[in-house]
Design a protein around this ligand. Structure first.
Ligand code: PEP
Ligand code: MN
Length: 342
């Protein structure tokens, strides 16, 4: 249920409503919009005298939210949410944010070279896994804390922010110490204890779509983070499993407009894991920007043939530079700006 306040509702009137809801044992989530303040009410609504609340001064409307996700819904927050990442990036506004880097941090030379390319191409965030969720226990698992340090150092030298994956509750403190944006991987989208713990962190979260998750299940996962008090969630479409096996996954570009319709949260697209093959990455990145994505996340590597993970889908630096130029043109065409302001 959401309560829409009058445009001229006073702070005292809003507080009185919030107090009444809390007295009934329900949770209050407040969202101050451009025109109206909206109060999200979460919990068993039978405990609340709805008729009485709707008669309180300063209240315009009481609306039942039809979707099971409440705080992630467009009804709760009619304007697009803009999530601040690090010092420089605002994800979800006019900017189209670019996050790029290797699948995994392998060594200092590799991440330094990647960061140099990411910065010179005008992207905002350096990516790179330090804790890797590999499908095989025999594959490269990442450098751990050492990887986080290398990532931070390479990014700081060039004014980039850092996004990297956190795989477990035990890793949260370390990852939050070094990263600006904490990534939840596709395999962990339904790790509810992890999501709940991330809801208590003071850093934005990049929530990747599970490979077999519906859009509703994905938004319910976002709800786990939001309801704990962390409002800064960015969604990432990275392909889903279908019967098609010509590509690693089937990149669901339609998720972009669908999410924009259902939710206020920013959404970015990861074409690399979406297709799994280098030659298909750039066209899908362009499609994502054209469809209205708030950002893209792309895997690049100084020498993809030697990459310890996801080499076949990693772009060379040259390919990435070309992708940036083309995506920049598309962004401008639709009234947005891709990458860092020059
Ligand atoms: C990644 O971005 O490094 C990754 C492992 O992606 P996903 O969780 O989408 O497979
Ligand atoms: Mn990867």
């Amino acid at each position: 249920m959401i309560i829409v306040c009058e445009a001229k509702a006073t702070e005292a009137q809003i507080n009185a409503v919030q107090q009444k809801i809390r007295e009934a044992g329900l949770d209050v989530h407040r969202s101050d919009g451009v025109e109206h303040t909206i109060i999200g009410v979460v919990g068993d609504r039978n405990r609340l005298d709805i008729a009485a609340v709707s008669m309180m001064p300063g209240i315009r409307d009481v609306v039942m939210v039809s979707t099971p996700y409440k705080l992630a819904s467009r009804e709760f927050h009619p304007e697009d949410s803009i999530v601040r990442v690090g010092e420089i990036s605002l994800v979800g506004g006019r900017e189209v944010t670019v996050m790029a880097g290797p699948c995994a941090v392998e060594n200092e030379e590799q991440i330094e070279a990647s960061a140099e390319m990411v910065a010179s191409a005008g992207a905002q965030l350096l990516r790179g896994g330090a804790f890797k969720p590999r499908s095989s226990p025999y594959s490269y698992q990442g450098l751990g804390i050492e990887g986080l340090k290398l990532l931070r150092k390479a990014a700081d030298k060039r004014g980039l922010s850092v996004v990297t994956e956190v795989m477990s509750i035990e890793q949260i403190d370390a990852v939050a110490q070094y990263a600006d944006l904490l990534q939840v991987g596709a395999r962990n989208m339904q790790n509810y204890p992890l999501l709940t713990a991330l809801g208590q962190v003071n850093k934005p979260i990049l929530l990747k779509r599970g490979m077999s998750a519906t859009i509703q299940e994905w938004l319910m996962s976002a709800e786990y983070i939001l309801t704990e008090g962390n409002p800064d969630v960015i969604l990432c479409e990275r392909g889903i499993r279908t019967f098609e096996n010509a590509t690693r996954n089937t990149l669901d570009i339609s998720a972009v407009p669908v999410i924009k319709h259902l939710s206020h949260l920013p959404i970015i697209v990861d074409p690399s894991h979406g297709v799994g093959t280098r030659r298909f990455v750039a066209p899908m990145a362009r499609a994502a920007v054209a469809a209205g994505a708030d950002g893209i996340m792309v895997e690049i590597h100084p020498n993809p043939d030697k990459a310890l993970s996801d080499g076949p889908q990693s772009l060379t630096f040259e390919e990435f530079g070309l992708l940036m130029n083309r995506c920049r043109i598309i962004a401008t065409t639709i009234g947005r700006r891709l990458g860092k302001a020059k």
